[in-house]
Design a protein around this ligand. Structure first.
Ligand code: CA
Ligand code: CA
Length: 234
């Protein structure tokens, strides 16, 4: 009996060396900027490597116990074939004021394979599917309890109003994710979605920074627009 237990321990030790490090959703440490009214959540679902047979991102967001984003929440999505909007600003698509009118429209979750997606998008030839959703907040305080959940395959990065608030740890995704940032460029990282109904989320708790309307047009935007018009000869 003792021998069997010792053999079991040795097998577990070997398995822990072979298996990739335990992956976990982690908060970024940045305070989530949240306004009363409309807000934007953006999520990148990330494949492990070329040829991946599945991709999933389903987001849940709870504020003071009230669910404001969940499976079935309206969203837009795109499989990027280049940095959006540009190589100089590869995460500009996470900003509330980014124009996503040409993206596909549907509901969370986004991805393909495994029968756990409402908006079927992407394939194993590219690393990412980007998604964006507007959510409404009735009231927010700096001490509000904000719980962010994600059910995903193989990795994810999530932003609220343009600020990265959480991502899957132990991946090869760089600090500023780009359109071709696979989770496994040598790390061996992969991660399966729950495939349960309802989804089983991994949760992180976020600190809050209360902000004004993130969709408001700033005076600087107006100035830039009028200057552009002047230069264009209007
Ligand atoms: Ca996958
Ligand atoms: Ca899927």
């Amino acid at each position: 009996m003792k021998l069997i237990i010792q053999a079991g321990i040795v097998i577990l030790m070997i398995a822990s060396l072979i298996m990739p490090a335990n992956a976990l959703l982690e908060a970024s440490g940045e305070k989530a900027p949240i306004a009363k009214g409309d807000n934007l959540i953006a999520g990148a679902a990330v494949n492990d490597s070329a040829g991946s047979s599945d991709l999933t991102l389903i987001i849940q967001l709870k504020i003071d116990g009230k669910i404001v984003v969940d499976e079935g929440h309206k969203c837009t999505a795109i499989q990027p074939l280049e940095n959006i909007p540009s190589d100089k600003d590869p995460t500009g698509w996470t900003q509330p004021k980014f124009d996503d009118k040409d993206w596909e429209k549907g509901e969370y979750g986004v991805g393909y394979g495994d029968g756990d997606d409402n908006l079927i998008i992407g394939n194993g030839t590219h690393a990412m599917v980007y998604s964006r959703a507007i959510f409404e907040v009735k009231s927010i305080r700096s001490n509000s309890k904000v719980e962010l959940g994600a059910d995903f395959d193989d990795g994810c990065v999530i932003w609220i109003n343009g600020v990265e608030v959480a991502r899957e740890s132990n991946t090869d995704i760089p600090d500023e994710p780009e359109w071709d940032s696979w989770t496994d460029k040598g790390s061996g990282h992969s991660h399966e979605a729950s495939k349960t109904d309802p989804p089983t989320y991994e949760f992180v708790e976020l600190d809050v920074k209360v902000i004004g309307n993130p969709f408001a047009v700033e005076p600087a935007d107006k100035l830039a627009t009028s200057w552009g018009e002047i230069k264009a000869g209007y």
